[in-house]
Design a protein around this ligand. Structure first.
Ligand code: PLP
Length: 288
């Protein structure tokens, strides 16, 4: 039997024995941040960018790590977990979560000597290639999130509710709308082609700066495709000729149906398929 080992607060332990306090602020307040990194044959894709984003999320909610800890060290621990759990072949995901630690419940920050809780785990991952070829359906949904969506925090309740609404309608994802524009998905970033131009929401406090979004933008530029960071307005939605979403575990996922209506001719678009291919090549050859 393969081992199932996770890392909690300085120790590698069997998942069934991993323990976090019921007073942990991640549990009580959602007071923490996280990262998800893709592992392909033991190599972590875009690890440096994930480190930087974790650093930024921690600073954004003012969690200070202990001296010996850093996002780069967590990724090293992730590598160790991939080895320990026999996940150096095929694909896997690495999950890193840091909370403001465990203390008696009070909204304000705990005493400065409260150590953050660090939890790191890995899991086998199988990409949904069939859906990626066929294309997914999505629904629109109001974006009910807070004003710092650029931080990857554990406070995911509006994302959870939007994802559930999508699931209940047989859709893969919810495309969130705030103040009359498309922001992003519950767990992905959105790109659309309007009047021949590839558009996506700019990186401001209303979206998570997706690592896949950023990698894809660079890859698109290399093959001469510009991305216009002007958000797609709600009234432009009927004119979208191609639509796709991006994420660490979704890659480039074509969207062929939106709120029950076909996008374009109801098949993955030409530009989408091209970008899907360049990202797949980068994932296959890339890594650290
Ligand atoms: N937007 C949101 C709200 C997310 O939660 C995620 C990933 O979890 C993304 C976008 C995609 O980001 P990344 O490409 O870094 O996975």
């Amino acid at each position: 039997m393969t081992k199932d080992v996770v890392y909690v607060n300085g120790k590698f332990v069997p998942r069934s024995e991993a323990v976090v306090s019921v007073e942990d602020r991640g549990f009580v307040f959602g007071d923490g941040v996280y990262e998800v990194v893709r592992a392909i044959r033991g190599r972590l894709f875009a690890a440096r960018f994930h480190n930087e984003r974790l650093e930024r999320s921690l600073a954004g909610i003012r969690i200070e790590l202990e001296e010996q800890d850093s996002p780069a060290r967590f990724v090293e621990i992730g590598r160790e977990l991939l080895r320990e759990n026999s996940l150096l072949d095929g694909e896997a995901t690495l999950y890193i979560q840091v909370t403001r630690g465990a203390t008696t419940r009070a909204h304000h920050f705990p005493p400065a000597n409260t150590p953050p809780t660090v939890y790191i785990s890995v899991a086998r991952f199988t990409p949904s290639r069939e859906l990626a070829e066929r294309g997914a359906s999505v629904i629109t949904h109001p974006d009910l999130r807070w004003g710092r969506c650029d931080l990857k925090t554990l406070n995911l309740l509006p994302n959870v509710l939007a994802a559930q609404a999508a699931k209940e309608q047989g859709a893969f994802e919810a495309m969130l709308i705030r103040d009359g524009v498309v922001t992003e998905g519950a767990k992905t970033n959105f790109f659309g082609v309007v009047d021949g131009t590839l558009r996506t929401h700019p990186c401001d406090s209303h979206i998570l700066p997706g690592i896949t979004r950023s990698v894809l933008r660079d890859l698109a530029a290399e093959i001469g495709i510009d991305v216009d960071e002007t958000p797609i307005a709600e009234d432009e939605i009927p004119g979208i000729s191609e639509l796709f979403l991006t994420g660490t575990t979704t890659d480039v996922m074509p969207v062929v149906q939106l709120d029950g209506r076909f996008v374009g001719d109801g098949k993955p678009g030409e530009l989408t398929t091209k970008l899907q291919r360049v990202l797949a090549e980068s994932l296959a050859s890339g890594g650290d």
